[in-house]
Design a binder for this molecule. Sequence first.
Ligand SMILES: NCc1[nH]cc(CCC(=O)O)c1CC(=O)O
Length: 313
Amino acid sequence: MTKMPDHTRPLRIGTRGSALALAQAHETRDRLMVAHGLAQDAFEIVVIKTTGDRIQDRSLKELGGKGLFTREIEDALLGREIDIAVHSMKDMPTIQPEGLVLDCFLPREDVRDAFVSPHVNAISELPQGAVVGSSSLRRRAQLLARRPDLQLVEFRGNVQTRLKKLDDGVAVATFLAMAGLTRLGLAHVAKSAIGPDEMLPAVAQGCIGVERRLDDADVARLLATINHTPSYLRIQAERAFLARLDGSCQTPIAGLAELDGDRLRLRGEILRPDGSEVIAGEREGLASDGAAIGTDLANELRGRAPADFFEQH
Ligand SMILES: NCc1[nH]cc(CCC(=O)O)c1CC(=O)O
């Protein structure tokens, strides 16, 4: 059993305050408790409000995309106000601030998107011209690629807020990550789960990551005991793919790595925001070469994209 970093005080776990973020922080704490035979009072959950939580009335695109939900938490980690930070890996920029590392991943949940609607069962059953709510560039583009007739409206806020908007008739359907719904005990609100062939998920969807300070050797040892290697390998490949592509956060990107023994298959796609063009590809190789597989696939898609593909829209 690993020694706790400091017996005089609990390990401080930094998280956002949404119900989903708290569920993820609790899952991390519970895994650490089990791995180290510790009681709940060996941990303290520290809630941190981020820019993304504060500003609800503007689109994420306007606010500047990734990093909005993480910056304040990373500042608290660097400032030693917390010892570890729990994140949805989907929301994490590909590069961490100097002094922080993100190399501990919990067993990944369902990677699929959920189709959520009070009355409609699946995308194919949406009436012509139906209004669909989503603020995700990727989901909007993927949907328009298949159904250019649909009308997209911005849909922000936590899961409960979005479900309320559906009840109020603001849109007839929306999309949420199955993982988030499952962690909130709300999987039943999904009318169907959309397979990756139909809608390739966001890079790292469904995966919880635990960040720490680079120089904190005690915490590094502690986290190593809960890192899930298959999830780690998949996330390495997907994030290498993303890192080579996300110079522009305006380009919708999807990516999913899957393991078969020691082999890894990575599928990826980039889209125009209006869905008028989709460039997709896949690579396979040794799971231990995930980062190279990700970079190679990204280079291939970049090479196949027209000159204006990554321009701002
Ligand atoms: N961008 C918000 C966000 N970040 C992570 C999740 C869900 C949980 C996950 O994918 O790990 C969600 C909500 C959603 O897309 O429905």
